[in-house]
Ligand binder design. Structure first.
Ligand code: ACO
Length: 337
């Protein structure tokens, strides 16, 4: 089943990212440390995934704490006050609690008292789904300013005894401030999609209404992420490559127009395969997964903020953001910076 939708840009009005921010916890977990925890090697992890280290949140640090730090930095870079926010969306698979939503915790922490707050869950594609959602509000003219955050404490759902997954994930947050703007810059096209026939390839089996938490589910380690890595890999390459290509086509651009691609940071081999598919040189891709691992919904906004602050993205550049995650879900957004 393929339910890909396309949303064309409304002529004369665009939504742009007017500020970015990110946060990673202080503690760094290296591959050498993982060698002491599970049967693995630095060499295996680097050659199979490209990851060298990842950041891990403190025990008392929740997703909303990281999200709030990233949010404050994004607001500062945009020159926007928290009270000006009309909408606050947090994309996450690791909320502070099943409810209330994590966005409400962020609202309290940063003082966004006029914002409508909710979470959005689309695994690693969640941030781009949330940006597209906020964009619809902004294009409709019902709100003026939105804050979208991708934030994850994946270490809290990682099975530290499973070498097949624990070497891949990390914690962090990234945020953007969005506004409708005049002129050439802003989001040009977005492609989103889902395939609910493949839910079994990447999930957390227990803790929801299907399999509520019991002593048995905890003993069976069913509250941790399960992944059929090789299958996820194949779908990730195909879906991200297609989505990026279609989003560019939708706004009449080609890969030659692209200055920078910010891909979901899951595996360097996935990024290389997408690069080959699109026919783009390595220098047009921003990669930070060697230092952060896969931070799911935080991955794209964390990398975007770093790319912007490093001067890799300049005014007028065409930038492509592309992601893939559990569900399956995928999304690509093309914007002029
Ligand atoms: N150290 C050493 N050996 C390992 C490790 C490890 N950490 N993990 C697995 N192996 C072994 C396996 O047991 C297997 O051994 P066997 O052949 O004796 O059975 C062998 O290495 C190969 O395992 P594969 O899983 O086939 O390895 P692969 O080359 O596919 O790489 C990986 C695994 C890195 C997980 C890759 O499949 C991948 O990146 N998949 C995509 C993950 C992804 O993109 N997720 C994105 C979404 S995540 C989200 O939405 C939250």
């Amino acid at each position: 089943m393929n339910t890909t939708n396309q949303t064309a840009a409304v002529p004369g009005r665009r939504v742009a990212i007017v500020g970015t921010g990110s946060y990673a916890p202080e503690r760094v977990l290296t591959n050498a440390e993982l060698e002491k925890m599970v049967d693995t090697t630095d060499e295996w992890i680097v050659t199979r995934s490209g990851i060298r280290e990842r950041h891990i949140a403190r025990a008392d640090e929740a997703t909303s704490d990281m999200a709030s730090e990233a949010a404050l930095r994004a607001l500062e870079s945009a020159g926007v006050k928290a009270e000006e926010l009309d909408l606050l969306i947090v994309a996450t698979v690791t909320p502070d609690m099943p409810f209330p939503n994590t966005a409400c915790f962020v609202q309290k922490r940063i003082g966004a008292k006029h914002a409508t707050c909710f979470d959005l869950e689309a695994a690693c594609s969640g941030f781009l789904f949330a940006v597209d959602t906020a964009r619809q509000y902004l294009l409709a003219g019902t709100i003026k300013t939105a804050l979208v955050i991708g934030a994850e404490k994946l270490s809290s759902v990682t099975d530290w005894q499973d070498r097949g997954t624990c070497v891949l994930f990390g914690d962090g947050a990234g945020a953007v401030v969005l506004r409708a703007v005049d002129g050439e810059r802003g989001i040009l096209a977005t492609v989103t999609g889902s395939d609910g026939s493949l839910t079994e390839l990447l999930n957390i089996p227990a803790g929801g209404s299907r399999t509520p938490t019991t002593h048995e589910t905890v003993d069976q380690r069913l509250h941790y992420m399960k992944m059929v890595g090789r299958e996820v890999f194949k779908h990730a390459v195909r879906s991200m490559g297609e989505a990026a290509g279609r989003a560019l086509e939708q706004c009449g651009l080609t890969v030659n127009d692209v200055a920078c691609v910010i891909p979901h940071q899951a595996n360097i081999r996935i990024i290389e395969a997408i690069r080959d598919r699109l026919g783009l040189p390595p220098e047009r891709f921003f990669v930070n997964l060697d230092r952060y691992g896969n931070t799911s919904a935080a991955s794209v906004p964390l990398a975007l903020d770093q790319a912007v602050r490093a001067g890799r993205i300049k005014a007028g550049d065409v930038v492509v953001l592309v992601a893939f995650g559990g569900g399956f879900t995928w999304a690509a957004t093309v914007m002029r910076w």
